[in-house]
Design a protein around this ligand. Structure first.
Ligand code: NAD
Length: 456
């Protein structure tokens, strides 16, 4: 498999893909490795993850540059991602003991009865990952999975393979055994072959269409399925805000990582009374974005990771224009080599247009005028997805009323495109099943055992 730099289409490296036979071998290895790993004292498992954290922190620059070279994320953002992973690891390390502690829920000496719940690892799990934030979405799975005593067959995205191999290397250096964390390398076909193994669970981050295939494949083995999928995340801007500040914040929410975040702002609804002013400030921010070589520290817009996404963006722009949208900026590929697309802002958009319904996953945003909260809310919830949604207003009560009605796993007041290790990360509808992060994101790698103890 060729690893291609999306900024200039040069081949960086060729790597060997796994086959059915190698995957089967890896599964057998992991099956045996997991049994031993589950018996390793928690303090030792924690020490290995802590060492992994130290290595990540020490090698942030090298790792950031490697990630940029294979998926085009601007290097400052790539380093931010490695850095952001440290806080997530800290959260898991801090909470793992309490989650694993057995819990006595009933004890009655007169009846000689004790009821206790203990937690056991699931066993061997597959971690099939997306490329857009490989440290975040991978780490949300393999860190708690390893801490809880599971073995992990880790399939990085074919667009973040070198990063996946670098993560593997650091985990081994940190003391995670080679039969407990095992990389499986290749495209979607290899991912599908991995799911033919009798795994105990699959934890997937990726698109809705692939998520459906994962669930179907997993059903054959009846394994636990967790899916973190895409979104079409809306923001509503009320008339009482500081327009310039909100325009800047939401433009960053829409264009950070080139719009390739599951929680990127993908739709903006603005109260009619400030619409023109908002759009003007928004455009001012977008015009200030520096595009170009993602290895340059100052670059904000780099190339898209996948060349195929350029066509999807072009199709969304053409569809919107045909249905009456106005293109205020961008709308097409940039000339020259690399998967570059101009930062694109559309107004006069409606929900008849694909750009307001389908995940764009690129530097493109539609801004729609609304007359009141009820209209904004109806439009925000008019989607098959349900990952995040948010509102900007000075009025806390108004915000909380709207947030209570938003059909999304995460809701925001005066912020967007935000993830916290302390809060569950979950999607509704086509955005997925289950949660990572928070205590729930540790428990998900465990199965409870109910102890009925009668001391007669
Ligand atoms: P994708 O669905 O194309 O691929 C994801 C992974 O699945 C890759 O490793 C791929 O090789 C593998 N795969 C593909 N077909 C498979 C099959 N049939 N069986 C098994 N594995 C298969 O997604 P992507 O392009 O890597 O990622 C972008 C998507 O991920 C976007 O929709 C984005 O919103 C979503 N995402 C969601 C979250 C979240 O937390 N909800 C986070 C990041 C990305």
């Amino acid at each position: 498999m060729k690893i291609i730099n999306p900024a200039n289409h040069t081949v960086i490296k060729e790597v060997e893909e796994d086959t059915s036979a190698t995957i089967q071998e890896k599964f057998k290895l992991a099956k045996a490795g997991q049994k031993k790993w589950a018996k390793v004292p928690l303090s030792e498992r924690k020490a290995a993850i802590l060492k992994f954290r130290t290595l990540l922190s020490e090698q942030k620059t090298r790792l950031g540059e490697l990630l940029t070279s294979e998926m085009g994320k601007p290097v400052s953002q790539a380093k931010n991602e490695v850095n952001g992973t440290l806080g997530r690891i800290d959260f898991f390390l801090e909470h793992i003991d309490s989650v694993l502690n057995p819990q006595t829920v009933f004890a009655d000496a007169a009846q000689y009865l004790n009821e206790t719940i203990s937690q056991e690892p699931l066993g061997v799990i597959a971690n099939i990952s997306a490329w857009n934030y490989p440290y975040f979405v991978g780490g949300n799975v393999f860190v708690p999975a390893l801490l809880t005593g599971n073995a992990v067959l880790y399939k990085p995205s074919e667009f973040a393979t070198l990063t996946g191999l670098a993560i593997t290397d650091l985990l081994y250096q940190a003391g995670i055994p080679k039969d407990v964390f095992i990389p499986v390398i290749g495209t979607g076909q290899v991912g599908a072959q991995l799911l033919e193994q009798p795994l105990n669970g699959v934890f997937f981050t990726g698109s809705y269409p692939t998520g459906v295939k994962i669930a179907q494949a997993a059903a054959k083995q009846l394994m636990k399925v967790q899916l973190e999928l895409g979104g079409k995340d809306p923001i509503y801007v009320c008339e009482d805000v500081n327009v310039q500040a909100v325009a800047e914040a939401t433009a960053d929410g829409a264009f950070y990582n080139n719009g390739q975040s599951c929680c990127s702002v993908e739709r903006i609804y603005v109260h009619a009374s400030i619409f023109d002013s908002f759009v003007e400030h928004f455009m001012g921010t977008v015009r200030g974005f520096q595009s170009g070589d993602p290895m340059n520290e100052k670059t904000y817009i780099g190339p898209l990771t996948r060349a195929a996404q350029l066509e999807i963006l072009e199709r969304q722009v053409a569809d919107a224009k045909a249905k009456g949208a106005t293109v205020l900026s961008g709308g097409k590929r940039m000339s020259g080599a690399g998967n570059y697309f101009e930062p694109t802002v559309l107004v006069n958009v409606t929900h008849q247009m694909e750009v307001m319904r389908e995940e764009s996953f690129g530097p493109i945003i539609g801004i729609q005028k609304v007359s009141n909260d009820a209209e904004a809310l109806a439009l925000m919830n008019d989607t098959v997805y349900g990952l995040t949604a948010g509102v900007y207003t000075k009025n806390e009560q108004r915000a909380k009323q709207l947030m209570a009605e938003m059909n999304a796993g995460s809701v925001y007041w005066n912020c967007c495109d935000r993830v916290s290790p302390r809060l569950p990360w979950s999607g509704r509808g086509h955005s997925g099943i289950g949660a990572t992060l928070s205590v729930a994101g540790i428990q998900t790698f465990l199965q409870p055992k109910a102890w009925h103890l009668k001391n007669v």
